[in-house]
Design a protein around this ligand. Structure first.
Ligand code: UDP
Length: 402
């Protein structure tokens, strides 16, 4: 892990010292985070950086992972889909699996001398029912809850209102609730293996190993295999671009342990690639390392993020940080990151033609790519780095710990 002092030169002395001073105030406290996976997806990504960094600043920060079986994760993925607007049945059986798993986990998860508890996303949300709360509990929802399915929302709201505070990723995700709500934008760790600067030689050797020819323009999307990331739509966009220009598409994906739908979506994508007229130009890669993600986002001429819904979309900031312009859907937290015409282009998710035209425009114009790339990095530097995220959390802690 990078030493704290290395962050100083990236984020600036003033900002770094502010973080240091604020952290000192909480050095005597013991804080606990609970979520449902240690890898795969943006939440795990942020916790992996933030928790050890808080430790290095002297705060005693614990991290527990909820244990669930495949049935449980099927249920919670249906909650996730329901909260993002899908019409899904919420049966008594599903509620029972959900509730009992949380109950069981609470039996061997002792929350005694912690001064504050942060619970991430719906999987461990119901835990709050099984403790005599002796400290503030904060619920951190990372998903787009603008238009949730009412049945799911009503069920989960009963748990949320037992918390002391709700944290969401965008102002427009705020709900009518009887507890205070705050917005914290997610952020990336610039010194993590996935985001730190790497040499051209390393990029070349890593990508070549995966059969990617770096002499040809690369378009890529890095995302879990999830219908909300619309990998099939990405292929349609690519086919339109490829008709006009020589280029290749790389879809790099993974399965998160708390997302059981991944395999099924992956199969659909594989079939679509096999049927494509341009199948030789499409690479479908699974479980790439952090280095691989870094190399791909850095070497791509254009990164695409064609999500249908997106809580925030950390991958967008990751690509912008590497000075790669991003052509993305105008949904969820993406427009906070992509400023249309400045560091990339935004389109409605259905606008396949718009996506392909913007990508073609960028592929044809190196100067535009360079300019947008620089703007992207600056935007992330000013808004979406992990140190800012930590300051935002400390500001919330100030309301509860003195
Ligand atoms: N990711 C990865 N390998 C993959 C796919 C995704 O390392 O094959 C990482 C990606 O780099 C990012 C996170 O998973 O750090 C995805 O976060 P995002 O907020 O974009 O989406 P989420 O998966 O949380 O919906």
């Amino acid at each position: 892990m990078a030493s704290l002092k290395n962050y100083r030169s990236i984020v600036g002395i003033e900002h770094f010292e502010q973080l240091q001073m604020k952290s000192e105030k909480f050095s005597k406290y013991h804080i606990l985070c609970i979520n449902s996976t240690y890898q795969g997806g943006g939440v795990a990504e942020m916790l992996n950086s933030m928790i050890p960094m808080f430790h290095d600043f002297g705060i005693d920060f614990g991290w527990r992972i909820l244990h669930g079986n495949p049935d449980f994760f099927k249920v919670t993925k249906s909650f996730h889909n329901g909260l993002q607007g899908d019409k899904i049945n919420l049966s008594e059986r599903r509620k029972k699996i959900y509730y009992e798993t949380n109950k069981r986990f609470s039996k061997f998860t002792h929350i005694n001398n912690h001064d504050l508890v942060i619970v991430h996303d719906p999987q461990p949300l119901a835990l709050v029912d099984f403790y005599e709360k002796k400290q503030p509990w904060i619920f951190r929802a990372h998903i787009d809850i603008t238009h949730p399915n009412t049945i799911h929302w009503t069920y989960l709201k009963n748990f949320i209102e037992q918390y002391d505070h709700l944290v969401i990723s965008m102002e427009k995700y705020k709900k009518e609730l009887n507890i205070p709500q705050s917005v914290i934008y997610p952020a990336i760790d610039p010194l993590y293996q996935k985001n730190k600067k790497i040499s051209d030689k390393m990029i070349d050797s890593t990508l070549t190993k995966h059969g990617i020819n770096i002499e040809r323009p690369i378009i890529s999307q890095v995302s879990r295999f999830d219908k909300w990331k619309d990998p099939l739509g990405v292929i349609r966009v690519f086919e339109m671009v490829r008709q006009k220009l020589d280029c290749q598409l790389v879809l790099l994906g993974a399965f998160a342990t708390d997302d059981p739908e991944g395999q099924q979506i992956y199969e659909k994508v594989r079939k679509k690639v096999n049927k494509s007229k341009y199948k030789k130009d499409i690479k479908l890669l699974l479980n790439g390392t952090d280095l691989m993600v870094n190399c791909l986002q850095t070497a791509s001429s254009v990164v695409i993020q064609k999500s249908l819904r997106e809580g925030f979309g950390l991958v967008v900031s990751e690509a912008l940080w590497k000075e790669t312009p991003v052509v993305a859907s105008n949904v969820g937290g993406i427009p906070l990151q992509v400023i249309n015409g400045v560091n990339g282009f935004l389109h409605e998710p259905k606008d396949i033609k718009g996506f392909s035209e913007s990508i073609i425009k960028l592929l044809k114009d190196e100067k535009l790519r360079d300019e947008m790339g620089k703007n992207g990095k600056e935007h992330v530097k000013n808004n979406f780095l992990i140190t800012r995220l930590m300051i935002d959390w400390l500001n919330i802690f100030e309301n509860y710990l003195d």
